[in-house]
Write a protein that binds this ligand. Structure first.
Ligand code: F6P
Length: 342
């Protein structure tokens, strides 16, 4: 068999481990792999090269993706789907493994279900917001970096007796802020799933000061909405209709309000893409590899329109159509658990 593989959407540490899993499992069974460059853009433009045993040597510890990525949506390009089908034929592909988040997997689901193209997905996103799987490639590294950053920021806020507002990515789900914030000992965490209560936050900070704890870390998810929010219609959107949430600048808005309401000196740190950078964590290396290997098994079984997911530590098959288009938001029980430590 000849299997194509692509990575789409934001890069995430662990992608290379998944690609390595795909290639090594395929070669083990005598199959060939074609690496399609830059996500669906490579499919539209016909940019691809074979992946050999050597192409995936020494990449398990490498962040990013050796295939490159893009936020290209074939459904937004003239004749995009026809061009995708033509590439399947020209490259003589028997299957395509698309590694990505909701957008990339949404395209794979439609190509499989509506066009009958042999596609399998693998869930990846540092946001951890894909339905049907406990795990997505990149999340574990992202929250580890948030935790490490909070450890570092603690020493500077303690020294200056300040409040530090730390804004983290995560789109419309608060997983990165909540899990990273809990691990890093944040004093308050704002996530999109819970309405902002500035009075409660500021009262909490003032109470800490009164108790002699004259420093605080407040973690804010980029998807949090403030009353003073900016006009989203004016912001640029990608081909899947998403604005860059970082441009809404929620961190600075929260910091400004804290300073205004409490008089406490406040700084803001936007971690941004830093949490997607560098080497993957242990969990991302291992789990991404498991998903890559299993995706090839699904190809051999002809499970088109499915993705290997992780539920309760086990790899299970989930229909892409059941997973996409519905953000897996934060479990509020976990938020209430975090509140114990506020
Ligand atoms: O979906 C992953 C993610 O990192 C989001 O958390 C963030 O909002 C977005 O990508 C940033 O997009 P880009 O990498 O295109 O700037």
């Amino acid at each position: 068999m000849k299997i194509g593989v692509l990575t789409g959407g934001g890069d995430a540490p662990g992608l290379n481990s998944a690609i390595r899993g795909v290639v090594r499992r395929a070669l083990q069974g005598g199959d060939e792999v074609l690496g399609i460059q830059e996500g669906w853009l490579g499919m539209l433009e016909g940019i691809a090269e074979p992946l050999t045993h050597d192409s995936v040597s020494d990449i398990v510890n490498l962040g990013g993706t050796i295939l490159g990525t893009s936020r290209t949506n074939p459904y937004k390009h003239e004749g995009g789907v026809i061009r995708c089908r033509a590439k399947f034929e020209a490259w003589e592909l028997d299957a395509l493994i698309a590694i990505g988040g909701d957008d990339t997997l949404g395209v794979a689901a439609r190509l499989a279900d509506e066009e009958g193209l042999p596609c399998v997905g693998i869930p990846k996103t540092m946001d951890n917001d894909i339905t049907g799987t406990d795990y997505t490639i990149g999340f574990d590294t992202a929250v580890t970096i948030v935790m490490d950053s909070l450890d570092k920021l603690t020493t500077t806020v303690m020294a200056h007796r300040r409040v530090m507002v730390v804004e983290v990515m995560g789109r419309d789900a608060g997983w990165v802020a909540l899990v990273g914030g809990m691990a890093g000992g944040a004093d308050f965490i704002l996530i999109p799933e819970v309405p902002v209560d500035m009075k409660r936050l500021c009262d909490h900070l003032l109470r800490r000061w009164a108790l002699g704890k004259r420093y605080s870390l407040v973690v804010v998810s980029e998807g949090v909405r403030m009353q003073t929010d900016v006009d989203e219609a004016a912001l640029e959107k990608d081909e899947f209709g998403h604005i860059l949430l970082k441009d809404r600048g929620v961190g600075p808005q929260v910091a400004e309000q804290i300073e205004h309401r409490t008089g406490l000196e406040t700084r803001v740190m936007v971690l941004g893409h830093l949490v997607r950078g560098g080497s993957p964590s242990l969990n991302d290396r291992i789990n991404a590899g498991r998903l890559g290997v299993t995706a090839v098994d699904y190809v051999r079984e002809g499970r088109w329109g499915y993705m290997p997911a992780i539920q309760g530590g086990q790899v299970v098959a989930v229909r892409l159509a059941d997973a996409v288009g519905q953000t897996k938001t934060v479990d509020l029980d976990l938020y209430h658990l975090a509140e114990v430590f506020f």
